[in-house]
Design a binder for this molecule. Sequence first.
Ligand SMILES: [Zn+2]
Length: 480
Amino acid sequence: MADLRKEWVAIQEKYAPNLHGWKPTDERYYDRAVETRPLPEVRKIQEEKLRLLSKYLWEYSPFFRRKFKEANLTPDDIKTLDDLKKFPVIVKADFVASSEENPPFGDYWSINPDEWMKNGSILYATSGTTARPRAFLYTQHDWQMLSYVCAIDFYGGGIKPGHLVLTTFPLVPAAGAWSPMLGIFRIGVPQIPTGGMHDERKIDFIKNFGVTVLFGTPSYIIHLAKVAEKLGVDPAKDTKVEMIFVAGEAGGAIPSTRKRIQELWDALVVDYPGSTETHPNAMLCYEEAVLSSEENRPPNFHQLPEFIISEALDEETLEPLPPGEKGLLAVTNIFLEGSPLLRYLQGDYIVIDEDWNCSCGRTSLAFKGGLLGRADDMLKIKGVGIHPTTIEEVVRSYNELGEEFRIVIDVNPQTGLDELTVEVEPLPTVPREKWKEIEEKLAVDLKRALGLRVNVKTLSYGTLPKQTLKARRVVDKREK
Ligand SMILES: [Zn+2]
């Protein structure tokens, strides 16, 4: 059935008119036809792709065929957007089990690993700190599609001819690191990859080559500003940086973190959301980045509906929710050859907004306020659900503190109750006699935000490990 694979690739080409254009269609859009298509037409395209995806997965993916069969479904049952809800939601644990039973690639791919060896382009993997790393296989077609969708994302986010981009990610097999690389090649502006270089050399490059756009994690970008200051370089005044694209952490959508970065660098912060399983899954346009930062609120993201079908599901029942209600994001990837997905529960909280009319002219619906933290990041402390992003929002509003912080949860040996400690690092410029005052004030602010007593501990600057791509800031010492 080689025809079905050809048909799947062909439908991608059909609805991506600028896929082989290799430059933006005009000043505003990378692919005007796709970005401004009326929604009813978009829905038709989604359904056309969905019908083919069901057949494609049944034919080529052992994992998804099994899921169809377990649910007593055949591809004929999944034809419309409304049919989607019949298909069981796939969770991370399904991929973990598949990887353990079929090492090393799992069997959720839709290109056989032997074939991929002949027609592949790259492998991304999850970090595998708690389980075997989950591998995702991409083909020659996929890197072109990924770079195309990333170009839509970054061009819409404001990267334009005349910019000089510097990326700071180490080139590990994760989407966040490669997406800028792939997308920016298409826009036609130069980039300097500096992932493996020392911090000081990065500053030297930024200043002396006249870099205007940075890519990095929010914490790393804050850290770089501190490095610059140590070298006598004021990032706001002595560099030409005017835009900063951030990923890998929630910070880009958290107003206090964003404000901090904007003040340090005198630059606009643009978030680009995604995960290794599904990327990119939304975009922040330049117009909304500017407006939301002026209004100091979390930005709305545009969906990328011709590539990803997004659903908001009820947290308990996993039933689809109507627009406007907060639920968990499930994604159906309708554009990849090697690793497309049907109803994968990514697990970020979202609110789908049907009424948003963004001034950029893009027709896609919004994730109101962006991606609102991941359900699996939620910590249960003394029975209270807490999001690490709430702690970040408070910590980052303190300009006296460095970019790193750590959340430690332990059991108090006396009381047997959970205890939450937030460790922070005052900047070297803050005198030690001020530390106590910071601890007390921060403890009060955190208690107000979380509704829970919090210990605050100050540490010397540089004690906590630096986080470069996927931040791991929670240390849970409780026995599970
Ligand atoms: Zn917009």
